[in-house]
Design a protein around this ligand. Structure first.
Ligand code: ADP
Ligand code: MG
Length: 353
């Protein structure tokens, strides 16, 4: 073969390669800017982190919109702010609802029904009676608890999503504390996706997390799971584009006469749920479902909770239960994402089938 021809072909190959790689190189020269902010909303510290290639001013605008979105949800859903929609519903027995609140209430009610009332958003009078809303803790006596339990019944709450209205009988009250942070994570993720941001870690506090895409380097996000009985981390869940919700007795509690009372109540007794679990972690595509289910499964306990998971594959959730004897029970999908943390390597892990 003539030398000139060989060189000609080599140049052609190089030119084609250069043409192919050029757009990629333009992409990789765009620097990812990290945007990070911490705010206090919904009674929790929330940390929002995302990465984008747009100019910093544009990313700052996105960040401001996320924060504004959270505050606006809090304005509507707070049980203590006198101007909120839920406050009006609880005080007057009826209220007009914004589309967001109507949507959230409707979805929360569906989850109450699905869990046969283990999640019950009308538990609020009981939550209040124990002092979990104010921090003025007290232990109601048996007669009071019975009365409170009789007043917990989500089927009495009527929501008309089309009309944007809700009604509740006198004396009953609604609290979306078990689902709001998960729902907020879903909303923020949608906001980010609309502006083509594909890498975010939204920590809504109390172990309610939503991740968008993967880390900027393409690897999955790593979310630590707290040891419900100690200071350390039981392990790490690696995930992409999913939500995480954890509920545990260690998150909000008080002690009296050697007994610990926590903020997750069993709607049947109006008292802290004692099902033999110390925490439940739920991973899935919907933050609202993960948040609400973690509360409901904590109430149900291991056996009923595992049965619920078997009966509801459509929810696409994976679970991690921690029992009082410190054993971990995980679903097979969770096993693929989860690894034990340092110092916890010999913890017993049972895989649920
Ligand atoms: P956190 O808000 O700490 O993340 P959860 O998501 O488990 O924890 O929600 C607990 C909150 O939900 C409580 O603070 C209370 O307001 C409310 N709540 C407690 N028990 C129930 C229940 N069985 N069903 C619905 N809401 C509940
Ligand atoms: Mg919850």
């Amino acid at each position: 073969m003539a030398k000139g021809l060989r060189w000609g072909r080599t140049w052609t190959v190089l030119a084609v390669l250069a043409a192919l790689t050029l757009p990629l190189c333009v992409g990789c020269s765009q620097k990812n800017t990290k945007m990070e902010t911490s705010i206090f909303a919904m009674d929790t510290v929330m940390d929002l982190t995302f990465y984008g290639v747009d100019p910093e001013a544009a990313l700052k605008g996105v960040q401001e919109e996320l924060v504004a979105g959270l505050y606006s949800l809090e304005e509507k859903l707070s049980t203590t702010k006198e101007t909120s929609e839920l406050y009006a519903l609880n005080e007057q027995g009826q209220a007009s609802l914004s589309p967001e609140t109507a949507e959230l209430l409707t979805q929360a009610l569906e989850l109450c029904a699905l869990t046969h009332g283990a999640l019950d958003i009308t538990a609020y009078p009981a939550v209040r009676a124990w002092g979990f809303t104010t921090g003025s803790y007290r232990v109601p006596d048996q007669a009071e608890l019975e009365q409170l339990a009789a007043g917990i019944d989500y089927t009495q709450l009527e929501v008309d999503e089309q009309e944007g209205t809700a009604r509740i009988p006198q004396g009953m009250a609604v609290d979306l504390g078990a689902v709001t942070k998960g729902y907020a994570g879903d909303r923020l993720a949608q906001q980010l996706e609309q502006v083509n941001i594909t890498s975010a870690l939204l920590d809504l506090g109390q172990s309610t997390i939503r991740v968008v895409g993967s880390k900027p380097d393409g690897s999955p996000w790593r979310i630590a799971v707290q040891d419900p009985a100690g200071e350390g981390y039981l392990g790490v869940i690696e995930l992409t584009d999913l939500a995480v919700g954890t509920s545990g007795g260690y998150q909000r509690f008080f002690e009296q006469d050697g007994e610990t009372y926590w903020h997750i109540l069993d709607p049947d007794t109006a008292a802290p749920a004692r099902s033999g679990l110390t925490s439940v972690t739920v991973v899935g595509p919907s933050g609202l479902v993960c948040d609400g289910l973690s509360t409901a499964l904590f109430v149900m306990g291991l056996e009923e909770g595992a049965q619920f998971w078997r009966s509801h594959p459509e929810l696409e959730v994976e679970l991690l239960f921690v029992t009082e004897d410190r054993t971990l029970y995980i679903t097979p999908g969770m096993e693929e994402m989860f690894s034990l943390g340092q110092g916890y390597e010999d913890r017993e892990v049972q895989v649920l089938q």
